[in-house]
Design a protein around this ligand. Structure first.
Ligand code: MG
Length: 199
């Protein structure tokens, strides 16, 4: 049985923190893993900025509710889900993903959790396991499932290479150059056709 494992940000929805930075006018929040490779450091930096601006979970969810999936993403998922099981595997947080999952028709998502205080401020976060994406596809393989994976970033490479088929989607030139054997697509139609061929 096949499970299609999809990255969320950059594949189905815009980068949430960048969209959030634009929506709130807080440019410091545009810092990403490309600028700061240490994820813990980056998250502490982000949480500090949210505290300084008095932004709690409710205000953040309100902004995220205004972010739309990428054009064609919902239709892509709607065409894919009758063909195979689909899981979105993301390093975002369930509380951020929720409004976007509603707009995508409630697909299954495995992601991380924010720890929110009684005052509604984000205190911390919990990653569900190390190397979340690779660990998850390996666990699916242990459960007797085959995976087909697609994503756009460095943290997707592990699951892409470990799956029976893997594809980049709207990735960077640097990743294409580094992994020339991984097919790279920019249109949902082409990604869907590649997944169909791999099923
Ligand atoms: Mg991504």
């Amino acid at each position: 049985m096949n499970v299609v494992c999809l990255d969320l940000e950059g594949v189905l929805v815009p980068e949430i923190w960048i969209a959030f930075a634009d929506a709130t006018g807080i440019p410091e929040l545009k810092r990403t893993t490309r600028d700061e490779p240490d994820y813990d450091k980056l998250m502490e930096y982000r949480l500090d900025i949210l505290r300084q601006h008095g932004l709690g979970l409710a205000q953040i969810q309100e902004v995220i509710a205004g972010i739309d999936p990428m054009p064609g993403a919902r239709e892509f998922l709607d065409q894919l889900r009758p063909l195979a099981q689909v899981i979105i595997i993301s390093d975002t947080f369930s509380q951020f993903a929720r409004p976007l999952m509603e707009k995508l028709g409630w697909p299954t998502i495995f992601c991380n959790e924010l720890i929110v205080g009684e005052d509604g401020m984000i205190e911390s976060y919990r990653m569900r396991c190390p190397q979340t994406k690779l660990t998850t596809v390996r666990a699916l393989h242990d459960a007797g499932l085959d995976t087909i994976a697609s994503g756009d970033s460095y943290n997707d490479v592990g699951m892409i290479l470990d799956s029976k088929a893997g594809f980049f989607f709207r990735t960077t030139d640097a990743l294409r150059a580094e992994y020339p054997d991984v097919p790279a697509y920019t249109e949902y139609f082409d990604l869907l056709e590649a997944i169909k061929a791999a099923l």
